[in-house]
Design a protein around this ligand. Structure first.
Ligand code: AMP
Length: 292
């Protein structure tokens, strides 16, 4: 595995691969790798000749009151995990490399952000698309891999790729979970012991929601209320949102067909956890649990 910190060297390396082999699979991350990230790398390994992973804690996507400074980092461990996952090129730039100067042209997301995490995390998705536009130009991937755990991120990135004709296929990868159902996340290390015990209820409530819709007993609106009740009663955290939308448009679910996302966010003392489930509602109102 090659470790590259300079964007010029990355460019040269990518050019070499472009001239000789076929597809490049790209896995952008913020590091502190866990099985979720490694599953993205596995998928990329299966479908491409070359796998590039980036590790960059992007300051632009953190708000002033968010956890940029204390975001967990462990580059030595990450290097070993990436190498074992079959990554060919690990790109670890610093902030000066990615943002050498103040940007003279900025990117602003207009759709799919007035709901879920976008409502509270002002500017977050602008930061996400900015760094991804830069990385997509450098890496020139045929496919880029994203986890459905961050479903709104996928929705926004798919919008950017469509609007700006990025020649990359966005591959959605199902959420990887702990045995008790908690979605793996670099931020889980912030949970206290008792919060960690409560945390699987996020997924448990979502699975119950999917079952309630599937059985045809409850409307999506009623299910949202039910999930909020479960989370309020069974966690010490503050329920930030329980919302349901069409996916990936993230518009209100007026017509009960197609893909519907039910997503939750709970603020614990030091960690804010998110999770979601996507169900496919067919013409008869029946549902199938999709992808996760
Ligand atoms: P992050 O390092 O948190 O920015 O995540 C990098 C990529 O890994 C994003 O596409 C995430 O959606 C994905 N990811 C994070 N956690 C998981 C998980 N538990 N399962 C699947 N993908 C994940």
């Amino acid at each position: 595995m090659k470790i590259i910190t300079s964007m010029n060297i990355l460019r040269q390396e990518i050019q070499k691969h472009k001239d000789s082999v076929g597809s490049i699979g790209f896995v952008p991350t913020m590091g502190f790798l866990h099985e979720g990230h490694l599953t993205l790398a596995d998928e990329a390994r299966k479908q491409n000749e070359v796998v590039v992973m980036s590790i960059f804690v992007n300051p632009l996507q953190f708000g002033p009151d968010e956890d940029f400074d204390r975001y967990p980092r462990d580059i030595d461990r990450d290097r070993e995990l990436a190498e074992n996952a079959g990554v060919d090129i690990l790109f670890i730039p610093d902030a000066k490399e990615m943002y050498p100067d103040e940007l003279s042209v900025t990117m602003t997301v207009h759709k799919r952000i007035d709901v879920l995490c976008g409502k509270k995390r002002e500017g977050h998705f602008d930061g996400v698309v900015t760094i991804l536009a830069k990385l997509f130009h450098l890496v020139q991937p045929s496919r880029a891999y994203f986890g459905l755990k961050d479903a709104q991120q996928i929705a926004v990135v798919e919008g950017m790729v469509e609007d700006y004709f990025f020649p990359v296929e966005i591959v959605r990868v199902p959420t990887v979970r702990e045995e008790d159902g908690l979605a793996k996340s670099s931020r889980n290390v912030y949970l206290s012991e008792s919060e960690r015990k409560e945390a699987p209820v996020l997924y448990k409530s979502l699975k119950e929601a999917a079952q309630m819709i599937e059985s045809g007993k409850m409307s999506v609106d009623a299910v949202v209320i039910k999930v909020r009740d479960i989370l309020q009663n069974e966690t010490s955290g503050k329920v930030e949102y329980v919302e349901a939308y069409s996916f990936p448009q993230l518009s209100p679910v007026d017509d009960l067909t197609g893909e519907v996302i039910i997503a939750v966010a709970v603020q614990f003392e030091k960690a804010r956890l998110i999770d979601n489930i996507i169900i496919l509602l067919n013409e008869e109102g029946k549902s199938a649990c999709l992808e996760q």
